[in-house]
Design a protein around this ligand. Structure first.
Ligand code: MTE
Ligand code: LUZ
Ligand code: MOS
Length: 752
């Protein structure tokens, strides 16, 4: 089944936030962000801006009727600055005008006098100063200190990963329309409609039930709109409520890049200990997460780093400590993988460094230590592992030995071009790490003509979740997909939603749809049994016909639905689903936080131009654990998109802040993302159908985030190519592996 949005996407008919027809009298908002990264506001001068014709009003923190607070996990983030600013771009004032151009021009006329304070951008410096967003956390298993005394090899080092700009094609934005009795209708490009509703209610000082948040779809979110869509929506809601006018704000790309947070950069220390047979006996890591100026989702991201710090390996002795460091950057936030990639990169670096010192390929260590069913993760959950199956399938299907020989022969025959190869196994836990968030609701209506409408808490952002919701209903009712419509995500219809995140939207909301549809189907079968005067157990609905045993009856789906209505049987259902079996005790950092894990293995080959430092990705070959995919077209798209996004993070996407905390890579001319020329020349994806029972919807495992981590393989393949040219290279473990870094690595030597 193709994505239900494909047709309108291709025709340009899809409605994003900025395409919503505007109500007469609509005003336009624009935020004035702090020009410096840290300081005390001495004076804010709005007079010149207010004189501009068309400026309706300029709001500051003093105008907020409720609480000036939007922090989700920690209440440490004002909507508008009061006395201090903590990052460059922090909202200080909100201009509302009769046109977008006027609002933008007025922002340029605002003057501010700020007494500068020291700017910190480095997480290690912040940690030394005791500047943490939340207390540090440690996950441990076994006894690393004792285990290190038994190790034949011990290797230590530093690994670093940079941030990443979400670059959703649709920038952040919202549109607020005031209604009667102090209500507001809020269109928001958000992954978290309920977060928008809750924080808007707090800031406006009104109850949640007066705020209707409606989301048709996003032009991409990638985690960047899990938390950070909220402020823009509240700005619109605030102005709409106080001015009694519709207010819209759709950010300019450069505003979005400057004012929103990104993937958390990390700097980390590692120490790995191996036995004579390359078994990893002990692993220690210390993570310094660059959180930015407010907690946002960083504490949760940090937690997932710890959960995934041993990737898909079993390590019997682990000690991992993580610091969430407060710096003067925009608050960093969720990004596909949510801290998992940052943690996994570090153990891959540790294995690569150990392999180099021992003199074996990293793949020997990787394979030796793959986690097996029954092995314990450092947080106490036992693995139901597909790691070995994925690895073995990848190395056999793609003829690893042959690929290796090809690389070796090429490198022996060429001096100015070198190839590199790497293997990258992945393991990603599916569920929100905060247990309470693993719940969802669905509302299903069957209309008297037999057509069906579905509402859930899931937000469509290109990942195809609406198509999957539709498939669930079509499957349970056994009707033509054309009979079903999936409605916008709306807080008046579905309350208290978790954000669409953690790759869990299809599972959580899909199970709720399944439950709702089954309840309606059960009632319909009762009606059919009554009409056909037979045993209820023999009734099935198949292809819009009612069956009695194996035989089709005269009764059609449409007639059955109408008959149920006539008999005054309910044709609607609201269902709730909560993932069973989840628990986690943060006081001991042990439990069973994930419904299941997703596994896979990628083999990456690259070619480096050793004169220029440029490179091409020859091939990425992936064996991925899908469980049993319910939509192979969508799932393949998720693997392709996730992989390329991961490759971008690992190779070319380079966020640069200067010492004053100003974003230098603030446009698409200075921030390079992968394009069609930088994707792998060959991309092969093998759908591994795995048989372990799982809690995925129709056993079709979550696929949104895990493939991003295959991109990590590209970093190590490039590194291997550089080492083939210059074995003494001190190229290190600092991502992204830009062509500049490759060139330096080719021609300088030293210790990593
Ligand atoms: N795919 C597209 N096209 N656009 C997106 O914004 N977000 C990713 C992933 N795939 C995203 C995407 C992220 S970060 C997550 S958590 C999942 O989709 C969320 O959707 P799911 O729970 O339905 O997988
Ligand atoms: N968001 C969140 C996430 O709030 N909790 C999570 O565990 C998570 N995991 C991945 C992506 N977003
Ligand atoms: Mo995805 S980072 O969970 O939005």
């Amino acid at each position: 089944m193709t994505n239900i949005d494909a047709y309108t996407h291709v025709r340009g008919e899809t409605v994003y936030l900025d395409d919503i027809p505007e109500t007469a009298g609509t005003l336009y908002a624009c935020v004035y962000g702090s020009p410096v990264a840290h300081g005390r506001i001495r004076q804010l001068d709005l007079s010149e801006a207010l004189q501009l014709p068309g400026v309706v009003r300029i709001f500051t923190s003093k105008d907020i009727p409720g609480k000036n607070q939007i922090g989700g996990i920690v209440p440490d983030e004002p909507l508008l600055a009061e006395n201090e600013v903590h990052y460059n771009g922090m909202p200080v004032a909100l201009v509302v005008a009769t046109s977008v151009e006027t609002a933008q021009a007025a922002v340029k006329r605002i003057k501010i006098d700020i007494e500068p304070l020291p700017v910190i951008t480095d997480p290690r410096v912040a940690q030394k100063n005791g500047s943490l967003l939340v207390p540090p956390r440690t996950f441990s298993l076994g006894d690393t200190t004792a285990a290190f005394t038994n190790c034949k090899y011990i290797v230590e080092g530093i690994a670093e990963t940079n941030g990443q700009e979400h670059l959703y094609i649709e920038t952040q934005g919202a549109y607020a329309i005031p209604g009667e009795h102090e209500s507001i209708k809020l269109y928001s490009s958000t992954q978290g409609p309920t977060a928008v509703q809750r924080h808007a209610a707090d800031v406006l000082g009104i109850p949640m039930h007066r705020i209707e948040v409606d989301v048709t779809r996003l032009g991409g979110g990638f985690g960047g709109k899990e938390d950070q869509a909220t402020s823009w929506a509240i700005f619109c809601a605030l102005a709409a409520m106080l001015l009694r006018k519709p207010v819209k704000y759709s950010l300019h790309r450069m505003e979005d890049m400057r004012m929103t947070g990104k993937r958390n950069p990390y700097s980390s220390d590692f120490k790995i200990g191996l036995d004579i047979d390359f078994t990893i006996l002990a692993y220690e890591a210390t993570f310094y997460q660059n959180g930015g100026a407010a907690a946002d989702l960083s504490p949760a991201v940090l937690e997932r780093t710890l959960f995934h710090c041993t990737n898909s390996y079993f390590v019997p002795n682990v000690k991992a400590t993580a610091y969430s460091c407060r710096t003067n950057l925009p608050p960093n936030t969720a990004f596909r993988g949510f801290g998992g990639p940052q943690g996994m990169f570090v153990i891959e670096a540790a294995i690569a460094k150990a392999a180099e010192q021992i003199g074996v390929p990293a793949s020997v260590i990787q394979q030796r230590n793959l986690i097996q069913t029954g092995d314990e993760f450092s947080y106490g959950q036992k693995a139901e592992s597909e790691a070995v199956e994925c690895w073995n399938k990848a190395t056999s299907l793609y003829e690893m030995e042959k690929l290796k020989a090809e690389v070796e022969n090429f490198n022996a025959a060429n001096t100015l071009f070198k190839k590199g190869l790497s293997l990258m196994p992945i393991c990603f836990g599916i569920s929100f790490t905060k247990t309470l968030m693993n719940q969802a609701r669905a509302l299903v209506h069957v209309y008297t003509d037999g057509s069906i409408g579905i509402s859930t808490g899931a937000v469509e952002m290109g990942q195809g979740v609406n198509t999957k919701m539709l498939q669930v209903a079509a499957n349970i009712f056994s009707v033509d997909p054309a009979m079903i419509k999936v409605y916008s995500t709306n807080t008046y219809r579905i309350a208290n939603t978790s954000p669409t995140a953690a790759s869990a939207a299809a599972d959580l909301n899909g199970k709720a749809v399944e439950i709702a549809c089954e309840k309606i189907a059960d009632r319909l079968k009762d009606v059919a049994a009554e009409i056909l005067k037979c045993d209820r157990k023999n009734i099935t609905i198949n292809g819009q016909k009612v069956f009695l045993g194996k035989d089709a009856t005269q009764l059609t789906w449409k007639e059955l639905v109408m008959a149920a209505y006539v008999k005054r049987v309910s044709l609607s259902e609201h269902a709730h689903y909560a993932t069973p079996g989840l628990h986690f005790d943060a006081t001991i950092e042990k439990g069973h936080p994930f419904a299941y894990h997703v596994y896979g293995t990628a083999i990456t080959t690259v070619t480096v131009d050793c004169l220029r430092g440029t490179y091409e990705i020859d091939a990425v070959r992936i064996v991925h654990d899908f469980g049993k995919s319910m939509n192979t077209i969508i799932d393949k798209g998720q693997i392709e998109g996730g992989l390329v996004q991961g490759i971008g993070w690992m190779t070319m996407e380079e966020i640069v802040y200067d010492a004053e905390g100003r974003l230098r890579s603030n446009a698409l001319s200075t921030y390079k993302v992968p394009d069609i020329y930088s994707v792998p020349k060959l991309l092969d994806i093998h759908f591994l159908e795995t048989s372990n029972d799982n809690l995925a919807i129709f056993r079709s495992k979550a696929v949104g985030e895990p493939p991003l981590m295959y991109g990590i393989g590209t970093f190590f393949a490039l590194r291997n190519a550089v080492k083939a040219f210059n074995p003494a290279s001190g190229i290190g473990y600092s991502a992204p592996m830009t062509p500049e870094k490759v060139l330096m690595g080719l021609y300088t030597s030293g210790n990593d």
